[in-house]
Design a protein. Structure first.
Length: 497
């Protein structure tokens, strides 16, 4: 018999909604706290830059129990994703459970060895209250706190009329019109904003980036949707993985020359299609060495704009501001009116006391999470949405369904504390030694191993169905509807008072 719990979900973005739905479905009382005034996380309109759209196709950027509207394009826009999430929250009774404008200041274990956590919450009225919960789910994800970089001379630059914004604050394209815009960063948000600034009438646009990276066009060769290459088990099998059987290791060794040739062919195609040589943006590393969650989609029209000079792409970084001029680390000077820092976000749980954070994060920034969801030294606590991949929403959905069973002791394979520690150490060794590219974002990226990740979660859950037919599983992307069926095949239960 499973006892009903008071559960707090921190964050009302993609992951928070998935967690709320999973715990509600098992009969628990759920409270969602969201520090902003709207749901959606990175898709909240106030945080979205113009022209933002998903990097994943709509059939992969969705929950198992709700597809996106058929009217949506293959890559939905920011407002469309927000509408999808808002409808999901309303239809599943989640929105009424969300406390907006409520921040978690701190959380600590309950006193007297009582299971659960005590949270200090600051509400919309700025008053602080303490509330007890039996279980807490952290859903702040990997895009929580904007990474703001400050350079010497910033105050003088702004005093003379210059503006400095983080990419999350660039939400009105009109501010670029007639201005000399400089974007710092090499992510998709950086290239999206650079293109938007050109289209919005900026007088000059410069992109400053540290190093060129491989980018994937929506259609490789102009013909093949990239999901049919990068989202398949066939591609996943081209990478060394963890806990691999001897036969598969032998097969990978035999196929190594063919795999090498395939990657070189893809590199040549990308160089030609994206005009990387003409743009002087050919990456130094091999394409396969950088395949992880940080591989950006190529913003349409970005490389043509670099090639014809509408966007100046400069390799380097800022050193300092000198009046209305940015001085680069190499001495080059760029006059600017508007600076957009597309410098990403910090991952972290600042409301967790340092003693607990020391159990969660190693000194090198790698997270100690079993299945990227739970830490054996932090009971009654889980993380949803930290297991990022090419199909983030599906990852959050699967993690939420795993976590509620873990919290209730209802996994078919409920790991012991020792087993969790051993698995964590094995995974950390894999990321640090065998595949360093897997260590990005605190080691919380499962790409390109999302199929293996899902296989492990389904096995733990006890799903009786875990695979489609052989051809579909090998050569087709993940199918959210199929994963709904797999989850439904696991033993059912419902918490009671």
């Amino acid at each position: 018999m499973v006892k009903q719990k008071q559960v707090c979900i921190i964050g009302a973005g993609v992951s928070g909604l998935a967690a709320a739905k999973a715990f509600l479905a098992r009969g628990h009382h759920v409270t969602v706290v969201e520090r902003s005034g709207d749901l959606g996380g990175v898709w909240e309109p106030a945080r979205s830059y113009p022209d933002v759209q998903t990097q994943s196709p709509k059939d992969l950027y969705r929950y198992t129990d709700r597809g996106m509207p058929t009217s949506y394009p293959e890559w939905p826009t920011g407002p469309q994703v927000h509408a999808y999430l808002a409808d999901y929250a309303r239809d599943y009774g989640i929105k009424r459970l969300i406390r907006f404008n409520t921040a978690v200041l701190q959380m600590n274990r309950r006193p007297d060895s009582i299971p659960g956590w005590k949270l200090d919450l600051r509400g919309a009225d700025s008053h602080t209250t303490q509330e007890d919960f039996d279980f807490v789910v952290v859903c702040t994800g990997q895009f929580n706190e904007p990474e703001i970089i400050s350079h010497p001379g910033k105050d003088t630059f702004e005093t003379q009329g210059g503006r400095i914004l983080h990419s999350s604050q660039y939400n009105d394209a009109a501010i670029a019109k007639g201005r000399k815009v400089v974007v710092l960063g090499g992510s998709k948000s950086a290239t999206d904003i650079a293109v938007n600034a050109v289209n919005s009438g900026a007088s000059d646009v410069t992109l400053v980036y540290r190093r060129p990276v491989w980018r994937c066009p929506y259609f490789i060769g102009g013909l093949i949707n990239f999901k049919r290459i990068f989202y398949t088990r066939a591609l996943e099998a081209m990478f060394r993985s963890w806990s691999v059987a001897s036969l598969l290791r032998f097969t990978q060794a035999v196929a190594k020359p063919l795999v090498w040739a395939s990657w070189r062919g893809l590199e040549s195609l990308l160089k030609l299609q994206l005009k990387l040589t003409k743009c002087d943006m050919v990456p130094d590393e091999r394409v396969e060495d950088g395949v992880n969650c940080s591989v950006p989609i190529a913003t349409p029209r970005f490389f043509p704009m670099v090639a014809d000079g509408r966007i100046k792409a400069i390799r380097g970084s800022f050193d300092h501001y000198d009046g209305n001029t940015i001085v680069m680390t190499g001495g080059e000077r760029i006059i600017a009116d508007l600076v957009v820092l597309a410098t990403g976000y910090r991952i972290g749980v600042p409301f967790l006391p340092q003693t607990f954070r020391d159990n969660l994060v190693d000194p090198d920034g790698q997270y100690r999470l079993y299945r990227l969801i739970a830490n054996p030294d932090l009971p009654d606590l889980g993380f949803v949405g930290f297991n990022s991949s090419f199909c983030t929403v599906l990852c959050a959905d699967m993690a939420a369904n795993w976590l509620v069973r873990y919290a209730d002791g209802q996994l078919a394979y409920q790991p012991t504390k020792d087993e969790m520690h051993k698995n964590i150490e094995m995974m950390l060794h894999f990321k640090r030694v065998e595949r360093p590219a897997a260590g990005v974002y605190g080691g919380l990226c499962v790409a390109p191993y999302q199929f293996k990740h899902f296989d492990e979660l389904l096995a733990d859950i006890g799903a009786k169905k875990r695979r489609r037919n052989l051809l579909a599983e090998t050569f087709l992307p993940p199918d959210a509807d199929a994963y709904a069926r797999f989850l439904a095949s696991a033993p059912s239960y419902h918490a009671v008072t």
